[in-house]
Design a protein around this ligand. Sequence first.
Ligand SMILES: Cc1cc2nc3c(=O)[nH]c(=O)nc-3n(C[C@H](O)[C@H](O)[C@H](O)COP(=O)(O)OP(=O)(O)OC[C@H]3O[C@@H](n4cnc5c(N)ncnc54)[C@H](O)[C@@H]3O)c2cc1C
Ligand code: FES
Ligand code: FES
Length: 484
Amino acid sequence: MIVKKHIEFILDGKIHRIEFGNLKPSTTVLNYLRSFDNHKGVKEGCAEGDCGACTVVLASLDEKGKLSFEAIDSCLVFLPMIHGKQLITVENLSIKEKGERQLHSVQKSMVIHNGSQCGYCTPGIVMSTFALYKNHTKPSLDVVLDSLTGNLCRCTGYNSIIKAAQQACQHNGKDQYSYTEEQICKTLSTIKEDKVDIELEGEGQKYFLPASIQSALQLMQENPEALIVSGATDIALRQTKKREHFPVIIGLSAIDEVREYSENDEQLIFGAGMSMEKVKLLSKHKLPALYQMLSVFGSLQIRNLATLGGNIGSASPIGDSLPLLFAYNASVNLLDSEGKKRTIPIEDFITGYRQTLLKKNELIVSVCIPKPSQDITISSYKVSRRKDLDISTVSAAFSLKMNTDGIVEDIMLVYGGMAAKTQKAIKAGEYLKGKIWSLKNIEHAMSIIEDEFTPLTDARSDASTRRIAASNLLLKFFSETHSA
Ligand SMILES: Cc1cc2nc3c(=O)[nH]c(=O)nc-3n(C[C@H](O)[C@H](O)[C@H](O)COP(=O)(O)OP(=O)(O)OC[C@H]3O[C@@H](n4cnc5c(N)ncnc54)[C@H](O)[C@@H]3O)c2cc1C
Ligand code: FES
Ligand code: FES
């Protein structure tokens, strides 16, 4: 197996090579950038993906060989994850013309609309707006708001920032990056063309970056203690907040196979390493309930990093994709280091609080979702303390099949945040089966739900509020599906 011992990416228009040694591979892009005098624009606010002050943009080659620009929270990204990409920071936006520094359109717009006061959040907001500028011309207000959801500002107020972003994006799509795109694409393909595994070492840590699933599985066999990292939006917090040290990491970010999507007559197959934003865009017309749920999943910066496999791998009781995956009757495809495949229904795969059936030598390779038939209604709901960028207090996904007489033929009621793991309301579902889809029966099922769960009281909510929210979500589903 050929192995490289360094990573390469483009920064400030040049190839940047890191061999680690006296630098820990899991150093975050934020901390790395701030070690340079000319990259102090990027800021740390929270170090946990909530404030967006650390937002930078990654440009990478898409399937068509074009550059795709994504805003990400650099506080959550380990350096090896940007191998083969272009890292763009706020310092890279203005250009020198005739000896004068010219601000980028998005920066000019922030100045014109008074979008900055203390300026701490401004580089992050500018970078989110820059990604918006590169991806959309004349975006709708919803698109603008979505692209700024992950950026907090404590002093300016959001109206001027939103106006600045809207105004900046009334453009013809051209800036200095359009003129260098061809050259950047060539350089990025050269960096990635040999597709070899990368082994990095520094400050008591080994970080493997396998180029294929096969290599990843072999490395897992050789390093059974290794931590598997995909988008790192869960794992990075263990380093930034709990100060954990990971002696051995196997990162999946360089494996193209885990980001593939396919579909056949029966099912949609999402690679486990697909970002939640890609899953969201693909599901818009095919799985609208999933699209709706992913619209309130983290922020765009988080969804650009977070993966579907990571959400399942974390098996959190408030993992937002899980209730829906239950309702869709999804399965996970696993592969082990001996080449054995297993396909397990998600319902059986999640076994307890952050527990799954995944063996030490197995990876989640993909997730299969059967195409929902036309006569089944599937909806999802998220109750959180604020609408955007918040984790669920209670979530739910319901699937309903009714016959023409309004009788429930089949129903699945699944909840997040009500037990140690994603859990079905089995008794309430059994009660409703064969009954008329009526308010009277729903009210009875609601009382069953309240007895069926013993949720926690924690900082987000007390147990009784969770019970009420869970039963009311069924009422909401009824009101949306019942024809008077
Ligand atoms: C600010 C913020 C907001 C968030 N908002 C939400 C939200 O709204 N809803 C929500 O549900 N979650 C949210 N999260 C949590 C997190 O983003 C998700 O759980 C995400 O899907 C994790 O994916 P990842 O690729 O980043 O996982 P990682 O952190 O890379 O990994 C998570 C776990 O999964 C395992 N794993 C990853 N990929 C595989 C694989 N292919 N095979 C086997 N094991 C694997 C890892 O070993 C690890 O145990 C948020 C996180 C942050 C920081
Ligand atoms: S520092 Fe707050 S999101 Fe990164
Ligand atoms: S300008 Fe001060 S936090 Fe936004």
